[in-house]
Ligand binder design. Sequence first.
Ligand code: PLP
Length: 398
Amino acid sequence: MKPISSRMSTISLSPIKDIERTARKLTNVISLAQGIPAFPPPTQITQTVIQHLSQHQAHTYTVPEGRLSLRKKIAQDILKRSQTHYNPETEILITGGAMAAIQATLLTLLNPGDEVVVLTPAYASYFGQIRSAGGVPICVSMRPENQFRLCLEDLKQAIRPKTKAILFANPNNPTGVNLQKQELQQILELALQHNLYVIADEVYRDFVWQGQHTPAASFPELKPQLISVFGFSKTYAITGYRVGYLATSASLANQILKVHDNMMTCAPHPAQIAAEAALELNEKEKYFMHPTLLQNRTKIHQTLNQLPHFQCHLPHAGYYLFAKLLPPSQHQPGSSTQFSQFLLQHAQVATVPGNAFGQEGYLRLSFALPPQQLETALKRIQKLLQSQSLPPTHTQAA
Ligand SMILES: Cc1ncc(COP(=O)(O)O)c(C=O)c1O
């Protein structure tokens, strides 16, 4: 048999999904690994989908760019958030989640060997997505000693003739850093200066606990080279529906649409109905998880900080704690993987090692789950670590 594409040797399954898969095979594991809000979505969403399905109004393909009624609602929402007008007919595409929006964009933009600057720590899948499109990820570290905020000089130095695009999540997953308007402006000015595309992943924009979210779309001068990405998965707890969107110039949207169509024809129709119902919710219904998430955020932060193994900062956004592993937990390269495996095997708690995001020495823990479950997970971690006089070693973690 002939070998498969050599590109595949550079790609592995996202470590987050790998861990989640392992966790689901084991019994009695509490997962703080994959970013799945473990809450039922607002009933209006479910009811609207059921109603459409039972009346046979959601079982067919939609047009490849997605339902126009949904695109119109999205355009209104973008206008309200960013004061920038996007034409729902030509400048918005409904996609199979934010993932498909990013992958279709990268496949549209990149030639083999083109470089994409990624602000790290970064969502683990970006690396595989860039490589899948034949590109080369170039990491620019938002350094821990700088509270994971952008150092403009580092970004400037990463830009080379082969650089095609800058890709980042704002707010950031895993660190929870929410870029200030000025920081965002600096990135965008650099992109304008070097004629680069900017892919701004804003899936956590509705989980900002400190400060405000500035949409990249609020800089209209960048519109011709900006691709703003959003997914409904997180805000509305509908990760399984697979629906998101991108907003960009009509000419780029037209090109990206061809790729998305070739990948999946259109975003799932029932999911588009769900997205439309989601955009009808009032503020209270929309932010239904917030009180619990805020309570969980305090709880996990306090509990882990009391253990000598961790040092944590309260995340300004998102629903992850990115905990620094202190010696002796962090005493050798690859230790975050070992530590994560140690917790999985001995405390039955799944977490994601920092190196999945390009940052060794850290552990990401999701706190988007019911408080009682979170409390049980934390008690398990406490019990294990307080009973261990030795740090996790290769042997223990094996
Ligand atoms: C930063 C970031 N972008 C995109 C996604 C995927 O979103 P979606 O479910 O809309 O594809 C995730 C999921 O965890 C994420 O953390």
